[in-house]
Design a protein around this ligand. Structure first.
Ligand code: MN
Length: 309
């Protein structure tokens, strides 16, 4: 199989998209292989802003591909997050910074690390080999790091991420604070965004113990704009939980300025679990969690631990 498709998770975020795009440059310059950048869903407003600013085309919709292809997963490896177009027997590469859960029949290339973003890891793979990254590649990787780490403020941020940002910006030369302000404004904009999109644009499914748990996240500088729609969101979450046969379904509004989370709780199962794991007070179906901004580090491991008992 010659064709290599680089693909991020379903409901792609900025890190998944830039990792697929710059992944093509990585495969070409570092591995000497030709690859195609793809996406598993529509771009969110933040990613549209990033690609527009940098002047780069969006990856190809994986749904339009035909035939067999070798797959490089970037920014995910959990079964529930992999595009349905991917034949899991054809996954030959994983480059990721999430907990590892993939099982493969044969040995594969695997680069995973505890680091703020997949973009960080890709940047590191170039730098370690002393291979130059194009200017647009540097800008894209910067956007991925700054997006996933909430401008280096999320608890997932590592010292390496900070170093990589300065190193990438020697070539990218972007004005970081202004760029991040633009990204956050785009991320927070509800223009043309339906209630269903608020829930699903950054929604991931996890296997925790024997349970299937969905967690949607909406990162915003303006939680009030989302809370205005709370009744409609809760109603739609209940329908989604039923339709997708989830054992638990959570939705988190993350205030990226004040650095807290409002966890929407739709039923008794979610309330009991949240009280046990996070211990906050529930008011009007919502639990406020100060300091919680990362699903990956501050929600998934804690919920998984409780549900694996
Ligand atoms: Mn990521």
């Amino acid at each position: 199989m010659n064709k290599i498709v680089i693909i991020g998770h379903k409901n792609p975020d900025t890190d998944s998209i830039v990792s697929a795009i710059v992944g093509v440059e990585l495969f070409s310059k570092v591995f000497g292989k030709e690859a195609l950048a793809c996406r598993a869903g529509e771009l969110n407003n933040e990613t549209k802003f990033v690609l527009g600013e940098i002047g780069v085309k969006a990856p190809v919709d994986i749904e339009t591909l035909t035939g067999d292809f070798s797959v490089a997963l970037v920014d995910h490896n959990e079964a529930g997050q992999i595009s349905g177009k991917v034949d899991c027997n054809n996954i030959d590469y994983v480059i990721d910074h999430h907990k590892f859960s993939l099982k493969t029949e044969a040995p594969i290339f695997c680069a995973t690390q505890y680091i703020g973003s997949t973009a960080s890891l890709i940047a590191k793979m170039f730098f370690e080999k002393n291979i130059a990254i194009s200017e647009s590649g540097c800008k894209l990787l910067l956007a991925g790091i700054l997006s996933d780490t909430l401008n280096l403020t999320s608890p997932t941020t590592t010292e390496e991420d900070r170093v990589l940002v300065s190193k990438l910006n020697e070539t990218a030369k972007i004005e970081i604070d202004g760029f991040v302000a633009g990204m956050f404004a785009a991320k927070s904009s509800l223009e043309g965004i339906s209630v269903s999109e608020i829930i699903n644009l950054d929604y991931k499914v996890f296997e925790m113990g024997t349970l299937k748990v969905g967690i949607g996240v909406w990162e915003t500088t303006s939680p009030a704009s989302v809370n205005e729609k709370q009744a409609a969101i809760l109603k739609e979450l209940v329908i989604k939980k039923e339709a997708e046969k989830m054992d638990c379904l959570f939705f988190a509004v993350i205030d990226i300025i004040k650095q807290n989370c409002q966890l929407y709780l739709i039923g008794e199962a979610e309330k009991k679990l949240a009280e046990k794991v996070f211990g906050g007070e529930i008011e009007n179906e919502v639990m406020i969690l100060p300091g919680v901004v990362s699903r990956k580090k501050q929600m998934v491991p804690q919920l998984t631990e409780e549900l694996s008992r």
